[in-house]
Design a protein around this ligand. Structure first.
Ligand code: IVH
Length: 509
């Protein structure tokens, strides 16, 4: 759930993998996490054949039409989330399982209960056992709300609603799951046991699922073979206005008799295909590569771009992750680069237009020295770090982090004010925050600083960048900050020297 490459690159790699697989007879794609009980689907969960161009889509539908005669097609949005199979037994919801490897998946029922709008019971007349198939996803508004909260707390943001949805469904933290609003939609069937009659068409299936009270697919159209491409294009044009992410259109044969006659190949039905919309992509100029220094000294290169509109927003920066990525892509300042945003909030540079490369555009040389403090940078695998803990950039980031809600939480003490205080020499480290006076900061910030003095040890440790696990280890041995300050380093020692000695929450109780 934390992608390192764009969706388009992923799909290209997956296609290559499929080609390789032809000789290997083993499938890729398995979402089992090892953290949930495994459940075997009564009926296998298939995936879909993909089409990436109009020609590929036309070839698919025309091949079906040549075999089965003129057929009706149902065109649906392809929701961008994770597949789920929900079993009702005796009309009662008993289980929700992820796709896994198609045969068996993670039984995430405990988390699934929290999704609003999914009936716990089906009306009378429903089959004795039925697996309904659909997608769990997160709408853009909820995605933005959670990411804004995380950014505020100084935590890493999620790249795409799909990753957040998948991370939430598989999370073992019940409190966290309860705080996030997931949605579900249903479009298919797995097992069906009992006397009730199965719907004869995909249209009738949609109607039945809705009649059962399950959230159904929106914007479904029914078309003839020569109208399929038009319907897919129309759906594509309307995508940007949808409140939730979609990454394609699914085109399905309407009639179940014809579906059954066409059958399935290894992994996918021969009666359906997913058309994947190309990601929004623009070309712009790479003006500069700046090196950002993080709280722990890690250097992150950032692409400074000629501002450009993409998918409704203006983009001027993109993260480059690390030095290796710049070298791998041979990115040079002055290059025209391709920027893609496929629903992700953070745009990615996915390539260089080498043909437009001007003369004298030099290979990017990663600086050997910290551009802030001039200390020699060190390389640890793919990571480049400034080893100077006193580097003023690191100091600013550490104070910023300390003041976020993830740390002791000091409202109003944000990056701009910290910048001013550090640059004017008022503060040189985290502890100096407690020496500030009314002359230095507004009254309300001072009040916040005073309030933060009484925060628990847990908050201080988090604010000092001590991870949860290490904090627990420290607190098992020692009861207050004074006792652990030597192990924690300068910021902690300086806090103690000021007379601060926060206690653990447990001790306080
Ligand atoms: S039908 C046998 N319909 O796309 C056919 N799938 O890439 C099973 N998906 O695993 C899938 N929206 O998770 C179908 N309207 C839709 C869909 C949809 C999203 C997902 C589903 C599937 C994946 C295949």
């Amino acid at each position: 759930a934390a992608p390192e490459i764009s969706d388009a690159e992923y799909d290209a790699l997956k296609r290559e993998m499929r080609a390789l697989e032809k000789n290997a007879a083993q499938a890729v794609g398995d979402d089992r996490s090892g953290e949930w009980p495994i459940y075997r689907h009564r009926e296998r969960m298939l995936s879909l054949e993909k089409a990436y161009t109009e020609a590929e889509l036309r070839t698919f539908v025309e091949k079906v039409a040549s075999k089965s005669g003129e057929v009706l097609w149902v065109v649906e949005p392809k929701y961008d989330g994770l597949a789920i199979s929900v079993t009702y037994e005796g009309g009662k919801l008993v289980r929700a399982v992820t796709r896994g490897n198609g045969e068996e998946g993670d039984d995430v029922t405990a988390n699934f209960w929290k999704i609003a709008g999914v009936p716990k019971e089906l009306p009378t007349g429903a089959p004795e056992v039925v697996e309904v198939r659909g997608e769990i996803f997160m709408d853009y508004a909820e995605f933005a709300r959670i990411n804004a909260e995380r950014a505020e707390a100084g935590e890493e943001v999620f790249a795409h609603p799909r990753n957040l949805a998948a991370g939430t469904v598989k999370s073992k933290d019940a409190g966290e799951v309860a705080k996030r609003r997931l949605s579900a939609v249903f479009y298919g069937l797995g097992a069906w046991e009992g006397a009730a009659k199965q719907p004869e068409t995909q249209q009738a299936l949609h109607a039945l699922l809705k009649a059962w009270g399950l959230p159904g697919v929106e914007r479904v159209t029914v078309v003839k073979t020569d109208e399929v491409w038009g319907a897919v294009e129309t759906l594509g044009r309307g995508r940007a206005k949808l409140a939730y992410p979609t990454d394609g259109a699914v085109v399905k044969v309407d009639s179940r008799v014809i579906q059954d006659a066409l059958g399935v190949s290894d992994e996918a039905p021969r009666w359906a295909v997913a058309f994947k919309y190309p990601p929004d992509r623009v070309t712009t100029r790479l003006k500069a590569i700046t090196l950002q220094v993080g709280r722990t000294g890690v250097i992150t290169p950032v692409a400074e771009l000629e501002p450009v509109k993409i998918g409704g927003t203006t983009v001027a920066r993109a993260t480059l992750h690390n030095a290796d990525e710049i070298a791998r892509r041979d990115l040079r300042v002055g290059d025209y680069v391709f920027v893609e945003k496929a629903g992700e909030i953070i745009p990615a540079i996915t390539g260089v237009d080498v043909e437009r490369r001007g003369e004298g555009v030099a290979v990017f040389v990663f600086s050997e020295k910290c551009q802030v403090c001039d200390t020699g940078l060190v390389r640890e695998g793919a990571v480049v770090r400034c080893p100077n803990g006193k580097c003023v950039a690191q100091v600013k980031r550490r104070i910023e982090f300390f003041a976020t809600p993830a740390g002791v939480g000091i409202k109003g003490l944000g990056p701009a004010l910290i910048e001013r205080l550090v640059e004017s020499g008022k503060i040189k480290g985290v502890a100096d925050v407690y020496k500030l006076t009314r002359e230095d900061v507004p009254e309300r910030v001072l009040a916040e600083i005073e309030r933060s003095r009484t925060a628990e040890l847990e908050r201080f440790l988090a604010g000092l960048g001590v991870g949860k696990k290490r904090a627990a280890e420290l607190m098992a041995k020692q009861r207050d900050l004074r006792a652990m300050a030597d192990e924690l380093g300068e910021d902690a020692r300086a806090l103690v020297a000021l007379g601060m000695n926060p206690q653990s929450l447990r001790e306080k109780k």
